[in-house]
Design a protein around this ligand. Structure first.
Ligand code: ADP
Length: 339
């Protein structure tokens, strides 16, 4: 059948840039370039023949006054009593601006991902290549110390010590940077992981420390999640390690728990340690940021940055809550097995 316009509303007039009276009795070929008119007419016929609603998520259209627009269109067949097509009702939403915004966002995201990957690559290469000259500095310092200790004066011995300690510290920092860069480089595809097993493995690695400070660590039933297994072990290990390290005068009490939240599981690791002042709750997740002198609580400030990276690579979130002097709770989310 030949399709002609029989009704048109005001929004339709404005979009096409024609008045109703100019449209009545005409068809798509009177107003649109041939390829577009072919597309519209083919879809119309399809709807009328199939007698079913058709949804066209993105339909480009050339308009007289507003240039090129993008529509989201629904075509609905209207049938007579015997089920034969009478009319076709088209409803369109102009999604041009929304599409443009979406595309801009997509492009920004791609750019960000690219520059992020570049930065990671840079950090990896830099830290990797820095190790070699550093090893040499340390080696020669040690040789200097062994061959000349006591043969120079006490001041010179002291200086060699300072150089050696600074170099060792630099080595630790570089190793931390490498392990940070490694989170994304060494990543395995996500699989179903018993988080209980990851937790137990992490705890095993902390056994000596836990025993030494008389820690009481308890864990509620833990779920299966979709994760990179070794990253999950590292996540638990960093958080449990901190719960033990940042203890107050009391022996540590640590509670591990998980709650289902929609498609994710929310884990919490609660301790009764020194706590964190509210103004630092976000800063602690930044690489190399820490709140204490190294001689009080050893560390470099990489642990939580790695936790954050691991959780975010699993599309989750991590944050801390705390009452200073009473303890802290670290929470993170991971995708559920059936999500
Ligand atoms: P590091 O342990 O090497 O200092 P992290 O990145 O693991 O590095 O932690 C950063 C800082 O966050 C720590 O220096 C500490 O001040 C604070 N912090 C982390 N975990 C806890 C905790 N369980 N209780 C109190 N403070 C914590």
């Amino acid at each position: 059948p030949d399709c002609r316009f029989v009704l048109f509303n005001r929004a339709g007039e404005e979009l096409l840039g024609y008045r109703r009276t100019d449209l009545m009795g005409k068809n798509d070929y009177d107003f649109f370039p041939k390829d577009e008119a072919d597309f519209f007419t083919a879809k119309d016929r399809q709807v009328l023949a199939g007698k079913a609603v058709l949804d066209i998520p993105e339909e480009p259209i050339q308009t007289r006054r507003q240039g090129r627009r993008v529509l989201h269109t629904k075509k609905i067949p209207i049938l007579d009593k015997r089920g034969n097509p009478l009319y076709l009702l088209g409803i369109s939403e102009d999604i041009t601006e929304r599409k443009a915004a979406e595309n801009a966002l997509l492009q920004k995201t791609r750019e960000l991902e690219r520059s992020n990957a570049e930065l990671e690559q840079f950090a990896y290469i830099a830290s990797h290549d820095l190790q070699e000259p550093l090893r040499k500095i340390m080696l020669y310092c040690q040789m200097l110390e062994q061959s000349y200790r006591g043969r120079l004066d006490a001041q010179a011995d002291g200086m060699v010590d300072v150089v050696l300690r600074a170099a060792q510290r630099m080595q630790t920092l570089i190793q931390d940077l490498l392990s940070y860069a490694h989170v994304s480089r060494g990543e395995q595809p996500r699989q179903v992981v018993e988080s209980r097993l990851a937790y137990e493995e992490a705890l095993g690695n902390l056994e000596a420390l836990a025993a030494q400070c008389g820690a009481d660590i308890r864990c509620d039933p833990l779920p299966r999640v979709m994760a990179d297994r070794s990253q999950l072990v590292q996540l638990f290990q960093n958080l449990l390690g901190n719960a033990l390290k940042f203890r107050g005068s009391r022996p540590p009490e640590v509670r591990v728990h998980a709650d289902r939240k929609g498609k994710q599981w929310q884990f919490s690791i609660q301790d009764n340690g020194i706590g964190i002042a509210p103004q630092y709750l976000e800063r602690i997740f930044v690489i190399f940021q820490r709140l204490h002198a190294r001689d009080v609580y050893p560390g470099t400030g990489i642990g939580l940055a790695i936790c954050k990276k691991i959780v975010e690579r699993h599309d989750g979130r991590i944050w801390a809550e705390s009452t200073p002097g009473k303890g802290s709770t670290f929470r993170f989310t991971l995708p559920a097995e059936d999500a």
